[in-house]
Design a protein around this ligand. Structure first.
Ligand SMILES: CSC[C@H]1O[C@H](OP(=O)(O)O)[C@H](O)[C@@H]1O
Ligand SMILES: Nc1ncnc2[nH]cnc12
Length: 319
């Protein structure tokens, strides 16, 4: 069996869908959830520590494998600020994935993005507060690199996924990929508290359409590790900008999360096989080589330690 080509980063919602599988496994050693069969759990120790969960290798009906990580841990015990993005992305790269399809629950900053709707964003505004490790470079290793981030998501992957998501959406729900004539924009805040009303209104003025606490540094680290990365978002609430409504509460988010779980399951199942096939057939361009002009430190100045560490994610440049 070949390595998994796609990594899936699951949020609370996808975890809801996988948890029964995990429980089943601990008793019988066999798991199956709809069309995904558990193959094995891989405990990965990366040079940046352990990922949020074991890497779960799951098989699609065709036998094709995917690698799954639960972003907040399998008991949802890791806050967005504590998620070890470096380890999560490095672990997925290590097991051989070429592209990541990540999931996220988001707040809506636009009337027309209703709770339950799906969004595939193309732009990001970073409002995190530099307390998350957001790069594999620097950090006293003496290697400087500047990844391009003008397109934070892999455009070809996101446009491949969008019609597949649309195909399986239940009636009454919409998929948003743009806002009028501009890109669909996700603002990432630090959290864990939700926004004030003033912040929520400011994000709307900045041109943001949805809000979460997760996409940064995941998207940045995937770029540095030369992995494709797209995000499938589901809207759970209207955040705090609607003056005549109560601001978002966790109870509201969880309620919508639960009702969204079935939809996300169908979306995941429909999308993953097609993405796997497209990557195998090189219909979605590989990100290999995308960092070749980003590393500015001379090769002869790399230390033994930095080579050892960085070759884990970028063997072509650091072996
Ligand atoms: C549970 S509400 C806030 C939380 O939900 C999102 O997490 P994820 O992206 O893993 O679905 C959001 O980013 C916040 O971390
Ligand atoms: N309103 C909100 N703000 C930040 N992250 C969220 N995730 C889901 N809803 C959210």
């Amino acid at each position: 069996m070949t390595n998994p080509l796609i990594g899936v980063i699951g949020n609370s919602l996808l975890l809801l869908m996988f948890l029964p599988v995990l429980k089943h496994f601990s008793y019988s050693g066999f798991y199956k959830l709809d069309s995904l069969k558990h193959v094995k759990d891989v405990g990965v120790q990366t040079p940046w520590g352990r990922p949020s969960s074991n890497v779960m290798i799951l098989a699609l009906p065709s036998g094709a494998q995917i690698a799954f990580i639960a972003r907040h841990g399998i008991n949802h015990s890791i806050t967005p600020s504590e998620v070890n993005g470096q380890a999560n992305i490095a672990a997925l790269k290590h097991v051989g994935v070429k592209a990541i399809v990540a999931f996220s629950a988001v707040g809506s900053l636009r009337e027309e993005i209703k709770p339950g709707d799906f969004i595939i964003p193309n732009q990001v505004i970073d409002r995190t507060k530099s307390i998350r490790q957001h790069t594999y470079f620097g950090l006293n290793q003496g290697v400087v690199a500047h990844a391009m981030f003008g397109e934070p998501f892999t455009t070809e992957l996101s446009s491949f996924i969008a019609p597949l998501v649309k195909q399986v959406l239940p009636s009454g729900l919409n998929l948003h990929t743009n806002h009028g004539d501009r890109d669909s924009t996700l603002v990432c805040m630090e959290g864990p508290q939700f926004s004030t009303r003033a912040e929520s209104r400011m994000y709307r003025q900045l041109g943001a359409d949805i809000i979460n606490m997760s996409v940064i540094p995941e998207a940045k680290l995937a770029k540095e590790a030369e992995l494709g990365y797209s995000l499938i978002c589901t809207s759970t609430d209207y955040d705090a900008w609607r003056m005549n409504e109560e601001p978002v509460t966790v109870a509201e988010v969880i309620k919508t999360l639960t009702t969204n779980a079935e939809n996300s399951k169908f979306v995941a199942q429909n999308v993953l096989q097609h993405v796997h096939d497209a990557i195998s057939a090189n219909k979605i361009p590989s990100q290999n080589g995308s960092m070749q002009f980003s590393i500015v430190t001379s090769k002869d100045k790399f230390t033994k330690e930095s080579k050892e560490k960085l070759s884990y994610i970028l063997p072509d440049y650091f072996k």
